[in-house]
Write a protein that binds this ligand. Structure first.
Ligand SMILES: Cc1cc2nc3c(=O)[nH]c(=O)nc-3n(C[C@H](O)[C@H](O)[C@H](O)COP(=O)(O)O)c2cc1C
Length: 176
């Protein structure tokens, strides 16, 4: 049982030193957004979002629809993790992006191994990169604020709500 990131052989890395192309990493390789406590947490696949620099610190921004089970965990917590995986975990990421934690136990079904960061946020030891992110700002996207209605027409013509954007500071980044 890995009780900490150090036990799981992770070492901290400066977010500015992450070598991967982040657009490719997020859009093609996908990521897991995971939030909750040791007692109860949930994870989902995401490939909308980004990383950058804001308010004099490295930040991530992710977009989560209120219908996701993970949404409630993100809302209740002070932060979440973003985890990135090698191609061999694609099946696990597919499952976490097509099934809801309301209906299944994603840890059991994927075989991913939970580990908890210094801030107590859930992550998975199979990840090659873990970002420990503390929420700084959240806002529901608003149809009226789109300057071009094309993304609204192409992405929000369903009964599902618009995404909520979370901007979160990267408190620590971990790699091996
Ligand atoms: C490749 C991929 C990317 C996704 N990106 C997002 C995203 O950025 N935001 C979002 O709200 N849902 C996204 N989803 C959908 C959720 O992962 C999916 O609805 C999931 O089943 C939610 O699980 P939950 O109900 O356990 O939270 C994505 C799904 C896939 C397969």
């Amino acid at each position: 049982m890995n009780n900490s990131m150090q036990d799981a052989n992770y070492r901290p890395v400066d977010p500015a030193e992450i070598k991967d192309n982040l657009i490719r990493l997020i859009s093609s390789d996908w990521m897991l957004v995971t939030a909750g406590t040791k007692e109860k947490f949930n994870t989902m696949t995401a490939n909308w979002g980004g990383m950058g620099y804001l308010w004099h610190r490295p930040v991530v921004f992710v977009f989560v629809r209120p219908e996701r089970y993970t949404y409630g965990f993100i809302e209740a917590a002070s932060g979440f993790t973003l985890t990135f995986f090698d191609k061999k975990y694609r099946k696990a990421l597919n499952l976490c992006g097509t099934k809801s934690g309301r209906d299944c136990d994603k840890v059991k079904e994927t075989g991913l191994t939970p580990v908890f960061t210094d801030l107590g946020y859930p992550a998975f030891t199979e990840a090659s990169l873990v970002l420990e992110c503390r929420k700084l700002y959240a806002s529901q996207l608003d149809r009226d604020h789109f300057l071009d209605q094309e993304p609204v027409k192409s992405h929000y013509n369903t009964r599902d709500g618009l995404h909520k954007v979370y901007i979160a500071g990267i408190e620590k980044a971990w790699t091996r």
